[in-house]
Design a protein around this ligand. Structure first.
Ligand code: ADP
Length: 647
């Protein structure tokens, strides 16, 4: 390749002296190549390697100036990377990439892949080993080619002395080939290093992401590491908030610009809209050519820019913005590196968002829990107060009932004495008065009895004396006490045949009598005139009840006004009465006759104290259509003797 490239510069003579002469530069070139190869160590970075290579070439050959360029085939540009000797490199100094065309002579060497001497005397031998000054100036361009690709250029400026030893471009070309291989190796090494560093940096960010929930810290770290890999002057992570972009993290902004307060309005088809729409990075090589660019007051003007979308759950939520204040477009590699970092930023932001919503949910939950705690405390206080009040009421009822009982006993005792007195017995008017008095005291006695029963149920001191009894017998015994009322109200009461087959049960007869009588009285009371009441029963196996043992069921069915489903349970609470108390008529069996609202509460207390159940079934309350009610009482054959808690 060296010979082919510089073929016409090979010595034409074949005498020994000429051969030796021609061999001299090749020996130097060989020595140089070896020296350059030795520069390459596993840790050699690109910059010092190029610098030292340039120095060796200059020292060894005594050139005036040696510049080493790197060539980027994709952008067709060169960049001066090392320079020794006089003056400055003519192109691409200071890390700037310059289009190859601008460097005409150098460009020619790159394109032809041939080592060229200065155009002024291309045919003359080029002095390689000139050590004297005073000759004419020469410029030599040696393309650095490896794997069929020009990756750099060696540019030599020299002065040829009049008697200088002739040199060979082919020797320089050979040096160039060696140098290219070394640069290629170093470049690979550099790339590998960069890749490793990138992975390390992404790892650090990933670890930080896993350890902290502070998005600001992660975002700052992302910008810091990104700056070392993709050089830029200003970096920002911007989030969309409504129709504006706000800066969540920044790097390289002047302090006076207060960047965290910078809000950039989003305009139709501006750079952010493009990033948002395409969901792809956007590169702007020269911002001055973008009329839609929004310059932020107080910031140095931007030249080259890169915007990378921040995607959370497939939604663009903002962008990573990297600005260069000099014209230096971002490379494809830099774009893909920035994408990796923007991905990390998205994860951090998403984590923060999830954490925020979790914190919010937590706060709401805590607030609700504390409210509930407060409410439950207040409820507890109210409940305790109610319990105290209820106990006071029960205590009062107990005391009052006992207190009423004594004078009532006296009253009815004297009343009966009077009634049996022949004077009264023979006097119709007096007889009526005394009988009225006795009926009143009797009714008062019942009320006081009910109040005492209720108080006993409430205080769980209801005493039951179970004895064998036939429910049918009990019901049949109650029936005559209602006969007059049934006649007056034209109500039919049927005692079903099924009652007779009910077995013997063990129960407190007095207590169960109260239950059944009360249900029968209520059935009459809440059924309009000419209605009907039917009482029936059945025996239940252990599996047919929720009591877990064999039982009997007695049902009192009426064709009365029925019960609203909403109050089906409430009617069993003490003192509960539906409708207006004032509109109730008085009298035990008068239609809707008033009562103290204790009957069903006592009935439930007694039934439950036997380990039984009581409930009502009714399609609803309707005084016009009278849907009726079915009161069910289930009693175990043998009482479980559970003392029901008062309600
Ligand atoms: P009282 O009859 O003294 O009001 P109860 O405890 O016996 O008290 O009954 C409570 C409420 O249940 C009654 O006020 C009434 O509204 C309703 N109720 C009871 N039995 C019936 C029934 N057979 N039909 C319709 N409503 C009834």
């Amino acid at each position: 390749m060296a010979d082919k490239a510089a073929g016409r510069d090979l010595p034409a003579t074949d005498d020994i002296a000429a051969r030796e002469e021609a061999a001299a530069p090749l020996q130097v070139a060989l020595g140089l190549s070896l020296e350059i190869a030795e520069l390459l160590t596993p840790t050699t970075a690109m910059a010092p390697l190029l610098q030292r290579a340039a120095e060796r070439i200059q020292i060894r050959c005594g050139f005036d100036a040696v510049t080493l360029y790197l060539v980027d085939a994709t952008t067709d540009s060169i960049q001066a990377r090392a320079h020794v000797g006089r003056g400055q490199p003519p192109f691409g100094a200071g890390g700037t990439w310059v289009p190859i065309d601008q460097a005409d002579f150098l460009g020619q060497a790159i394109r032809t892949r041939r080592s060229l001497a200065e155009a002024a005397a291309p045919h003359r031998p080029v002095p390689l080993l000139t050590r004297d000054r005073g000759g004419s100036a020469r410029t030599i361009a040696v393309p650095l080619e490896v794997h069929d690709q020009v990756i750099g250029l060696l540019h030599i400026r020299s002065v040829q002395s009049a008697d200088g030893e002739p040199a060979s471009l082919s020797a320089l070309h050979a040096v160039g080939c060696h140098l290219a291989a070394v640069i290629d190796h170093a470049q690979r090494y550099d790339r590998e290093q960069q890749q490793r560093q990138l992975i390390e940096k992404l790892n650090v960010i990933g670890r930080t992401l896993a350890q902290t929930l502070d998005p600001e810290r992660v975002l700052d770290m992302i910008l810091m590491h990104l700056a070392t890999i993709v050089p830029h002057d200003r970096g920002a992570i911007m989030l969309q908030e409504g129709s504006e972009l706000i800066m969540r993290a920044i790097r390289g902004f002047p302090a006076y610009a207060s960047p965290l307060r910078i809000r950039v309005p989003i305009r139709t088809d501006d750079v952010y809209q493009t990033v948002y729409r395409t969901r792809q990075p956007l590169l702007i090589a020269d911002i001055s050519k973008r009329p839609d660019w929004q310059h932020v007051e107080g910031l140095p003007p931007a030249q080259s820019w890169l915007g990378v979308p921040l995607l959370v759950e497939d939604q663009v939520i903002g962008m990573l913005s990297l600005t260069r204040e000099r014209p230096d477009p971002y490379t494809d590699e830099e774009v893909s590196l920035s994408l990796s970092f923007s991905h990390q930023a998205s994860v951090a932001l998403n984590n923060a968002r999830l954490y925020d919503s979790l914190t919010q949910v937590n706060a709401t939950l805590e607030q609700t829990v504390s409210q509930l705690r407060q409410q439950s405390f207040e409820l507890q206080v109210a409940f305790e107060q109610l319990k105290r009040l209820d106990k006071a009421k029960t205590d009062f009822i107990t005391v009052a009932s006992h207190e009423l009982r004594t004078p009532l006993t006296v009253l009815s005792g004297y009343g009966q004495m009077l009634a049996s007195d022949p004077v009264v017995a023979n006097d119709e008017f007096r007889g009526q008065v005394i009988n009225g008095l006795l009926a009143g005291t009797g009714r008062l006695n019942t009320i006081v009895d009910n109040m005492l029963d209720m108080a006993r149920i409430d205080s769980q001191t209801l005493e039951l004396s179970p004895e064998p009894m036939f429910p049918a017998v009990l019901i049949k015994a109650i029936y005559p006490t209602l006969k007059q009322a049934l006649r007056e109200r034209h109500i039919t009461m049927t005692l079903d045949k099924s009652l007779s087959s009910l077995p013997l049960i063990e129960a407190d007869t007095t207590a169960i009598r109260k239950v059944l009588r009360h249900l029968m009285v209520n059935a009459v009371k809440y059924t309009p005139d000419r209605g009907s009441v039917r009482i029936w029963g059945r025996t239940l196996g252990a599996r047919e009840t929720t009591l877990g043992q064999p039982a009997i069921e007695v049902v009192v069915s009426d064709t009365g006004i029925g019960i609203d489903p909403l109050v089906r349970d409430l009617i069993f609470a003490k003192f509960y009465k539906t409708g207006q108390t004032a509109t109730h008529s008085s009298g035990e069996t008068k239609f809707k006759g008033g009562g103290p609202g204790l009957g069903l509460a006592i009935a439930r207390g007694i039934v439950e104290a036997h380990g039984g159940r009581i409930w009502v079934e009714s399609p609803g309350y309707d005084e016009e259509r009278c849907p009726g009610s079915d009161f069910h009482v289930v009693l175990p054959l043998k009482p479980a003797m559970v003392l029901a808690e008062g309600r």
